[in-house]
Design a protein around this ligand. Structure first.
Ligand SMILES: [Fe+2]
Length: 548
């Protein structure tokens, strides 16, 4: 019976997770507290920074103090990293990262006063990613793939887990890295490396993979469970795009090519792993596992019957994985994850005080879901703030912007509110039991980690959520898990005949997802959002002048 705090701090997306007696009780990213997207820049100099606000919240939320912790699990093992060179400036100061990680127990003790530094344990980065998949997924025996940019000295892990024990069957050492290749292309296309990879994935749908043969020569599996990524001169393929410059078809073609090659390699790696394990299921984690197009390809064309993806597949999820791994090592019976709603929440009284402080007119309708469905059917955009915030990069109906999917212009409206590029899609949310009428593919899909083909007869009924290639990244809503969201979907269908609403994350450009009521009020106040549903309260937009 152990109380374990997991910490991710080494690169970016610093996060904390709390596991008590084998149960996941809290998990949160530091960015949601500091409002700095991704928490920090992943340079060696920032390695000392630990997620002190997220960690402090995990403890205080459960009435714990740092001295109550049996273990703190840090998701990177400095003993596996290369020894720092005598010249600390070598390799972009990489040795500094290792030195800082070795001192992490002291940094953590200073961030969490009362913590005994000797309870801090180091968990190898990819073991932490892997545990966030196989210990959090439902079921027991499973194959595991960690698809990452980099850990201590590797970029990939393949293994098998049974009874909570991981057997590593293959790994791939740096510099060969699918995640880093994708990051390089992201940067080449004028986006933010290690952050905007999902933009490349979205852009890929607009292009044709005409550089695929070139990529096939450079990126290939080795027949032993790993792969090779030879250096590629991307300038030879497409001139780099300056940040903010127009996107042309060549950019989309490069995106399509790297996306396609990634999918091919993942399929080959999965086939190798399945050949060794024969398992029915595979669990995925690592930043590349947020690529829902590749996940879909793996699910529909790969050898495993089921594919489960950790919703916080990026580095934030290693906080959870390290905690789960350590709880298991301490003898606890670790329970699988049942929801990503593991972050902060506020009581009704607290929310009402926020509204009073802001001097806003608000109401408390007897039928909140009905009132929101009315607003959506009337083409309103709704900021939806309910319950615990989500752990991981996706809004899953707790901190969301909702809209009517029937109107194609709503994609542009939402992208304008969020200050995003217009090629970025928004996603549909649908009741789990209705999903297969409208979408093909992996269902249910509660965490938005796969793309789905939209059935032809529906493409023109919900145009704002259909991507250029006829797909949509669906979130299915389970009535028992999310009764309020289910009621909104039902209410919207009663009013419109369409059991789908648009769901995109509640945030504005360059900002992390809304987490607390102040963020929600700021977001509502700064964009053309028509209605804010803050817990049981509704705030309506009061137009003070003509719309532009
Ligand atoms: Fe990672």
């Amino acid at each position: 019976m152990a109380t374990v705090l997991g910490i991710n701090a080494v690169f970016h997306d610093p996060a904390a997770a709390l596991v008590v007696d084998g149960r996941i009780v809290a998990a949160a990213e530091e960015e949601r507290f500091t409002r700095r997207k991704h928490g920090k820049t992943p340079v060696p100099f920032s390695t000392w920074e630990v997620p002190e606000l997220a960690a402090g919240w995990c403890l205080s939320e459960h009435g714990l103090t740092p001295s109550d912790l049996d273990a703190v699990a840090y998701s990177y093992d400095p003993e596996l990293a290369p020894d720092p060179c005598p010249d600390i400036t070598a390799d972009g100061w990489e040795g500094l990262r290792t030195l800082f990680v070795r001192r992490a127990p002291l940094f953590l003790a200073s961030a969490l006063p009362g913590l005994d530094p000797s309870v801090v344990r180091f968990v190898p980065h990819h073991v932490a990613h892997a545990a966030s998949a196989y210990l959090a997924a439902p079921g027991d025996a499973t194959s595991v793939m960690v698809l990452d940019g980099r850990g201590e000295q590797a970029s990939y892990l393949a293994g098998r887990a049974e009874g909570g024990e991981l057997e590593i069957l293959a790994d791939q050492r740096l510099p060969h890295s699918l995640g880093l290749l994708y990051e390089e292309v992201t940067e080449h296309l004028g986006f933010r490396r290690s952050s905007d990879e999902y933009k490349v994935m979205a852009l890929a749908s607009y292009g044709s993979p005409r550089f695929l043969q070139r990529l096939r020569r450079a990126v290939r599996t080795d027949g032993e469970g790993g792969f090779v990524v030879d250096p590629i001169d991307l300038d030879e393929l497409v001139a780099p795009r300056r940040v903010g410059a127009p996107i042309d078809p060549h950019h989309a073609d490069l995106a399509a090519s790297v996306q396609r090659r990634l999918e091919e390699i993942l399929l080959e790696l999965a086939r190798w792993l399945h050949g060794r394990t024969g398992d029915r299921s595979v669990a995925l984690a690592g930043g590349v596992a947020l690529n829902c197009v590749a996940n879909q390809r793996l699910a529909t064309s790969g050898p495993f019957e089921t594919v489960w993806v950790q919703p916080a597949a990026g580095d934030a999820g290693t906080a959870l994985g390290a905690a789960l791994h350590t709880a298991h090592a301490l003898g606890d019976d670790v329970r699988p994850m049942t929801t990503a709603a593991l972050g902060r929440q506020w009581g009704d009284d607290e929310l009402e005080r926020w509204l009073q402080t802001a001097r806003l007119d608000y109401e408390r309708p007897s039928d909140l879901a009905g009132a929101v469905a009315d607003a959506l059917a009337d083409d309103g955009i709704v900021a939806w703030f309910q319950g615990r915030s989500e752990f991981g990069p996706r809004a899953l109906g707790h901190r969301s912007l909702l809209a009517d999917p029937r109107r194609p212009e709503n994609l542009e409206r939402l992208n304008d509110i969020k200050g995003r590029e217009q090629f970025r899609p928004v996603a549909p949310m649908v009741l789990a039991e209705r999903a297969s009428e409208i979408f093909d593919g992996v269902l249910p899909s509660p965490y938005m980690l796969f793309v789905h083909d939209v059935r032809h007869e529906w493409r023109y009924r919900i145009p704002s959520v259909v991507h250029v290639d006829g797909t949509a990244r669906v979130q299915t809503v389970d009535r028992a898990e999310e009764p309020l969201m289910a009621a909104v979907l039902e209410g919207f269908e009663q009013r419109t005949g369409v059991p789908v609403v648009v769901n995109t994350s509640l945030n504005t450009a360059g900002r992390p997802m809304v987490d607390d009521p102040r963020d929600a009020l700021e977001c509502f106040g700064s964009g053309p959002v028509d209605l804010l549903a803050l817990g049981p309260f509704l705030v309506r937009r009061a137009w003070t002048g003509a719309q532009p």
